[in-house]
Design a protein around this ligand. Structure first.
Ligand code: CP3
Length: 675
């Protein structure tokens, strides 16, 4: 025991989140925050709660002397050119007076103001005047809106032909200004700012566009002036209406009553306001409640009210709400023996396909690889389609798997991927800490960055025989995370597990980011023409059941839950004898197993409610065809003709496997399983 205690990775630095905390987290939702000074802190909080932060600083404190409009107004006022001054807010009035005091002596300002008709809309603006020993010229009646301001002016000081200055704080009072102009007043607008827009407006502009396009899920407001600025920019960009409408299908969270009231007045109802008006409770409550609120909002009218321009990503987040038929699958494909087996319907014989059926064991593949790098091959959709279809043709298997690789999704996340000759894949900038994680791009839109995969799927679908389904695939988040963290393949996963144990928050943030990208990626493959999808959790067997439950299961469950309904999911792993029930809990219509577990025993443990794929040892293919035949027979006997068995290897075909032996296996399964 004393040895264990001395092992450094057993010391937990941060508390591991409890299961219920995790499943209630943002779970990869896209969360917009307008925090400025504390934008980094906010982004960290969001990520730690499982969200993808979109930070758009919205405020900058403006020095008084930069209030140019207010200073220009001061010049006019002192020249005696202003007849009437309308003060709309207390804060604005105070800032206006401060600005003027930065340039003119106090008494000069007081003298000039006392020669002007002063209208204070509310008590607070009147109070600001009082601090200069000035009184409003007449009171404005309740409820103190701009209408009461106009009506008192009409009675006491008609504005026609007069120069009327309107102090604006934040949002412009367009209606008041219009009505004044209609009465033939010369209107001087006096915007005053304490909080201006940030110097670099690009992040804020982009965040507004993201919202308008429906590509965000949760929007956090943490300050009234910030809301002011956001609305101001939306107005200036001419997208105010679209902005308001888009918010109606997102979760709107406000830090406290002042912001909530302001948003309410503006016509944006608030979904979440924490009891304590602080950032942490806001994010925590947001992460706990957003999932449920969104399902309600988007499940009903809101799903339909998303603007036309709403991107694939937003739709793909909630594919189950859509009523489309899965990838317009036709009857021939639906009735293929592979698809029937995925649905556990009886078939005339057992379907067979092989992981890595297109690969280096084939001479034709090696010939193509002599001329093209592996990544180049994956990214050339014509070649990828050719390689995919060729393998089906050559072997006579019952399904195609798109030629691609599980690691390609890492490139758009910002990872430098290389397939070095003989060394397997390498990632040159592995993620080993929270700081590394923060450098990842979290706004992956696989539609754009992985379009070659979808092109290859479209082309393959067109070239395949009508009864051969095409399988799309992705790496499961654990297996992907292991490459992303180790930087290469691994034997003991020391970096991966250390990060899991030492920095569970970072771990979950990585898994949430991957999961979110994977949902969009897999659903896009389906949209492009894949009839089924497989999640490769090839290396998850290195985990204990306890760690799987804590660190992996909720993420995989979330992914599978969001794969478009009606599309079968094959959930595959190797060395998963100890994890089968947990993998099943995570989901999948078919569970893929390797040869280290007996197929009949695995299926008995999983029960009749799920299909099974497997499970010949790929090294068996180096044996004589008679031995291959005998081993295939044994597996088929274990499956005992039960609907729902898909014959496969327990892992991919290995390089140097004799092609004739692979073909012999396919033929043997076809012959032996004919019913
Ligand atoms: O199954 C298929 O025919 C579809 C294509 C496919 C490839 N990789 C092509 C590939 C699939 C489904 C994968 C999945 C994949 N890729 C996994 C999951 C489990 C597995 O091992 O099958 C993993 C862990 C990877 C990552 C990866 N890609 C590794 C470790 C390697 C190098 C080792 C190796 O087997 O070559 C690759 C390269 C790779 N992916 C090749 C192929 C055909 C070989 C590249 C070459 O031509 O040199």
């Amino acid at each position: 025991m004393w040895i264990c205690r001395s092992l450094p990775f057993l010391k937990f630095r941060t508390q591991v989140p409890k299961m219920n905390e995790l499943t209630q987290g943002f779970n990869g939702l896209r969360v917009v925050s307008f925090e400025s000074r504390r934008s980094q802190q906010m982004a960290d909080l969001i990520s730690r709660n499982g969200g993808r932060a979109i930070s758009a600083p919205s405020m900058r404190e403006i020095p008084l002397e930069e209030n140019r409009e207010a200073l220009a107004f001061g010049d006019k006022l002192l020249r005696g050119d202003i007849d009437i001054l309308i003060l709309l807010t207390g804060v604005g009035t105070q800032i206006l007076l401060d600005v003027l005091s930065s340039r003119y002596p106090r008494q000069t300002i007081i003298d000039a103001l006392s020669k002007t008709i002063l209208v204070a809309r509310d008590a607070k603006s009147a109070e600001a005047l009082k601090r200069l020993n000035l009184e409003p010229s007449f009171p404005v009646q309740e409820p103190n809106t701009w209408r009461e301001v106009l009506s008192v002016l009409d009675q006491k000081a008609p504005v026609n032909g007069k120069t009327v200055a309107v102090q604006e704080y934040g949002i412009s009072q367009k209606d008041l200004i219009n009505d004044l102009s209609q009465r033939d007043a010369r209107v001087v607008r006096v915007p005053v700012y304490r909080w201006g827009l940030p110097e670099d407006l690009e992040p804020l502009r982009q965040a507004l566009q993201t919202i308008v396009k429906g590509e965000a899920d949760v929007v956090l407001f943490t300050n009234r002036n910030q809301i002011n600025n956001v609305i101001r920019l939306a107005q200036e960009e001419g997208i105010e209406k679209e902005f308001k409408q888009a918010l109606s299908s997102m979760v709107v969270a406000s830090v406290g009553p002042v912001s909530t009231e302001f948003l309410d007045e503006y016509g944006v109802p608030v979904d979440i306001e924490p009891e304590l008006p602080k950032m942490e409770p806001l994010v925590q409550e947001g992460s706990a409640k957003s999932g449920g609120i969104l399902e309600k909002k988007r499940g009903h009218a809101a799903a339909r009210s998303l603007p036309e321009s709403s991107s694939g990503a937003a739709r793909l987040q909630f594919p189950k709400e859509e009523k489309h038929s899965p990838a317009q699958m036709n009857e021939t494909l639906r009735n293929s023996i592979f698809m029937k087996a995925c649905r556990r319907e009886p078939t005339v014989r057992t379907p067979i396909w092989l992981m890595r059926q297109a690969g280096r064991y084939m001479k034709e593949y090696r010939d193509i690889r002599d001329r093209h790098g592996f990544l180049e091959l994956c990214k050339d959709s014509d070649l990828a389609a050719e390689v995919t279809v060729y393998a089906v043709d050559r072997l006579g298997v019952d399904a195609a798997i798109i030629f691609s690789d599980i690691l390609l999704i890492l490139e758009p996340l910002g990872l430098e991927l290389e397939y070095a000759k003989g060394d397997g894949p390498i990632i040159h900038n592995p993620v080993r800490s929270w700081n590394d994680f923060k450098k990842l791009k979290t706004t992956v839109i696989p539609h754009d960055s992985l379009s070659f995969v979808f092109d290859a799927i479209r082309k393959t679908r067109q070239s395949l025989p009508a009864d051969i389904p095409l399988i799309g695939f992705a790496g499961a988040p654990f297996t992907l995370a292991s490459y992303l963290i180790e930087g290469q393949g691994s034997r003991n996963y020391i970096h991966t597990k250390s990060l899991m144990y030492h920095e569970p928050d970072t771990w979950h943030a990585i898994m949430a980011t991957l999961s979110n990208a994977l949902i969009a990626y897999l659903n896009s493959q389906i949209e492009a023409g894949a009839q089924a999808v497989q999640l490769f959790d090839s290396w998850v067997g290195c985990l204990s059941p306890e760690d799987y439950k804590k660190f992996v299961l909720p993420h995989v469950k979330w992914i599978i839950k969001h794969i478009r309904e009606g599309v079968p999911v094959i959930h595959f792993g190797t060395q998963t004898g100890a994890l089968l029930e947990l993998m099943q809990q995570a989901g999948g219509d078919v569970i893929g197993v390797d040869w280290r577990v007996e197929l009949d025993e695995a299926w008995r443990r999983l029960g009749p409610e799920v299909g099974i794929m497997g499970n010949l040892d790929p090294v068996s293919l180096f044996a004589d065809p008679e031995e291959i035949y005998a081993r295939a027979k044994r597996i088929l006997e274990q499956a005992a003709g039960r609907p729902g068995h898909i014959f496969n290897l327990g892992h991919g075909v290995l390089p140097n496997t004799p092609v004739g032996h692979v073909k012999a296996l396919v033929d043997a399964v076809k012959e032996l399983s004919a019913r």
